[in-house]
Design a protein around this ligand. Sequence first.
Ligand SMILES: *Cc1c(COP(=O)(O)O)cnc(C)c1O
Length: 488
Amino acid sequence: MRNQQATNLLFELSRPGRRAHRLDDLDIDSPDVEHLIPDEHRADQPPPLPELAEGDVVRHFVGLSTLNMSVDTHFYPLGSCTMKYNPKRNERLASLPGILDVHPMQSEGTTQGLLALLYDLQNMLAEISGLPGVSLQPAAGAHGELTALLVAAAYFRDSGEDRKIVLTADSAHGTNPASAQMAGFKTKAVKSNADGLVDMDDLRAKLDDQTAVFMLTNPNTLGLFDSQIKEITDLVHQAGALIYLDGANMNAILGITRPGDFGADLMHFNPHKTFSGPHGGGGPGAGPICVRDFLAPYLPSPIVDKDDQGTYRLRRPDSSIGRVRSFFGNVGVLVRAYLYIRTYGGEGLRRVSEDALLGANYLLSKVKHIMDVPHGERCMHEFVASATKLKKQHGLSAMDLAKRILDYGFHAPTVYFPLVVDEAVMIEPTETESKETLDAFAEALFRITEEAGDLVHQAPHTTRISRPDDVTAARRPVLRWQPKSETD
Ligand SMILES: *Cc1c(COP(=O)(O)O)cnc(C)c1O
């Protein structure tokens, strides 16, 4: 049923004189403050703000919040994004006054508890990654990439080496080349081979004494662990360059292998993916980075340290690149990551990844019978199907699938990424979904392939807005904004 209060604008709900609260008239002399406001900012009339009762406002915003799909309301298999369940216990603990009410300007002496938590988190991430230097400051994965590349740039500058090229995989997230550009590097893409792994000949051809960093995602965005990883890291190190690991896919390998052990020199974590921080709607996330010991002196300032008396202190690394974020980063997300890691422990984290792999391979085994999965013998925590054949046979594109699946009560998978697969449909179930949910999702996909025509091309039919901006070839957007009462 339509929630009129959610879908009408506050301005439309407004009635003159309606109020949430009425204050008593002022019974003290009010100081004359009007002269403090410059003339050009004064108006004869107050601005036409909506006038509403408190209940109207609450219903409006709560209603709006229910128009969206979320992990709490729907299966959300958004490949690469690891949309897993966010334990409510972590929300409650992160909201304890001792954590929530700490002010970033408080002194070290009055924030020892929170600093201890952040210090422990640094150590836990160092252990999980196999890389000892940690900065919690970056505010998102992409920001972690940029920060780590600035660390690499500072390292090469100090070593007197003029290395200006960053290599990225052609299956990489768009943030990889973007971060490299922002850090002042030029980028070159390394091709994938027919198996969806790094094309070693292309890597050899592009690697030289100009190469600063090779940015690699492993397991990669096709959901495949690159079995050539040892050869890749040896090759890159022989050329004097560094290996950056895009850690967005850490949910596949927690406690099973460590980037530091397979040759990475720098990496970021996405706690809002791997460690269940709530995300979506633009954040906030976090993007802590881990680096080898010889890169640690360049980390952003400050990091949390512990002195001989056991007091936690903020320290500026010797050759720090400086600050990349105010204060200590998005501490609320970091607290949730800490709680998540502490709750599971080492064995538990390994189980998380093993279950994520099991769920993804189970779903893969079903989806294979519905759509092509080009590299789909086995997968890690996610896999990439292709709608190319469905498009040829039934006129059904990846976009059609993504839109129609909403009507079945599922969030869409990631589509058209990675770019190396035509009509890509990238599915990541995560370890927090049941077999029944995965079965129902596969069943829905299958049913869509049996549907046809406008039912699919004009989907979704159950949402407030259908296809606002993706004007695909020969189709106009279908807008059902009007009339307001009859549809859905
Ligand atoms: C999500 C993601 C990023 C970027 O992380 P943000 O936290 O969204 O900035 C980078 N690489 C890959 C492979 C990702 O999935």
